[in-house]
Design a protein around this ligand. Structure first.
Ligand code: ATP
Ligand code: MG
Length: 327
């Protein structure tokens, strides 16, 4: 896959603050790229550079092969940017709002009505075309803003925290909309500080902290690299005359001695009380572990590999315990 965004040692300083440090980012064409990091990580700074609103201090960035420093006009034709802040446009209808921006993109008047109707339909706002922008809900304003970023038919959409402040239903709608845009051939870069917000809708993710990229790549590959072992969750029923805590302790001791078991934890307080086994073997080895538990008289009622959730991975990465952290 060709990269539509490519940065090399991209660095940005504000006075003595280093907002971005030697960022090497590569976003493949057609990806939905989730750019994730805590407050102040450098997400907006990166996005503003990629949209030519801000110049880098050092390093390079290219969008669709054009330099964001030397070929700004060409970059702007390729990019639609939705900032995290929605400006106030009093006394303007949705239709007028889009028409105003279409005019500023030099889109001929004759072409505008059809274009605008199509975009309003795409973001599901046709019924609000005559409504004042001010009167729209936050989620509707976000969608209108998204329609605006698409007026000049850019190949790359850069959306800064589009999901913030949306209710769960609006988030689902946003997710569906992004999928639709991807089907239209757009590449989408989207930022958030909440990993789970992006996990399902992204094909790739990059994790940034203190201006440094800690991890970047396909969602599945990142999950694999950050999660070298599986965790099995085991529920069991105590034998006659035995209480659950004792059964858990006995099973934990037994599991702890088996091959490929890294750690066996008893969680009597969990709901339901359970055993968690960190395991680095394959499926055959997992089957052997289960068979061994059963042979030893443990009544196993549930035995399942857990997929550790993305939020957990994010916290693990950003607290510096993976990839040497931020140093
Ligand atoms: N105009 C500015 N002047 C000085 N420092 C700035 C400016 N803009 C950003 N910074 C600093 O650069 C760093 C990165 O900021 P940036 O806005 O890119 O982070 P972010 O990841 O978008 O954060 P958030 O999740 O809060 O939006 C921060 O330390 C911030 O204080
Ligand atoms: Mg920001």
């Amino acid at each position: 896959m060709t990269a539509i965004v490519e940065t090399r040692d991209l660095t940005r300083r504000y006075g003595s603050t280093v907002a971005l440090s030697h960022l090497n980012l590569s976003i493949p064409q057609g990806a939905i790229y989730g750019f994730i990091g805590p407050n102040g990580a450098g997400k907006t700074t990166t996005m503003r550079i990629l949209t030519t609103l801000l110049l880098p201090s050092d390093g390079e960035a290219h969008v669709a092969g054009h330099s964001v420093v030397r070929e700004r006009a060409a970059v702007r034709r390729q990019v639609g940017f939705m900032p995290d802040f929605f400006g106030v446009y009093d006394n303007m209808k949705s239709l007028e709002y889009l028409d105003f921006f279409a005019a500023s993109y030099n889109i001929p008047q004759a072409r505008r009505p059809k274009l605008i109707d199509g975009l309003l339909a795409l973001v599901d706002l046709s019924h609000k075309r005559e409504a004042e922008v001010m009167s729209l809900s936050r989620g509707m304003k976000q969608r209108l803003s998204l329609a605006r970023t698409m007026l000049h038919d850019p190949s790359l959409l850069i959306l800064d925290e589009p999901a913030s402040g949306l209710d769960p239903r609006a988030r689902v709608e946003l997710r569906e909309l992004l999928k639709e845009l991807r089907n239209l051939g757009k590449t989408i870069m989207i930022s958030s500080h909440i990993l789970t917000e992006l996990a399902e809708m992204c094909t790739h993710i990059g994790i940034i902290e203190h201006g440094e990229l800690l991890a970047s790549g396909e969602v599945a590959a990142i999950m694999r690299s950050l999660q070298p072992h599986k965790t099995f969750e085991v529920h069991l029923t105590p034998g006659e005359g035995e209480d659950l805590a004792a059964a858990l302790a006995a099973a934990a001791a037994l599991a702890g001695g088996q091959p490929h078991v890294l750690e066996a934890r008893q969680l009597p307080e969990a709901e339901p009380p359970q055993l968690q086994i960190d395991f680095d073997g394959d499926d055959r080895a997992a089957g052997a572990l289960l068979a061994q538990l059963i042979r030893s008289g443990v009544t196993v009622t549930h035995f399942a590999g857990q997929v550790s959730d993305l939020e957990e991975i994010f916290l693990r990465v950003t607290d510096g315990s993976v990839n040497g952290g931020t140093s």
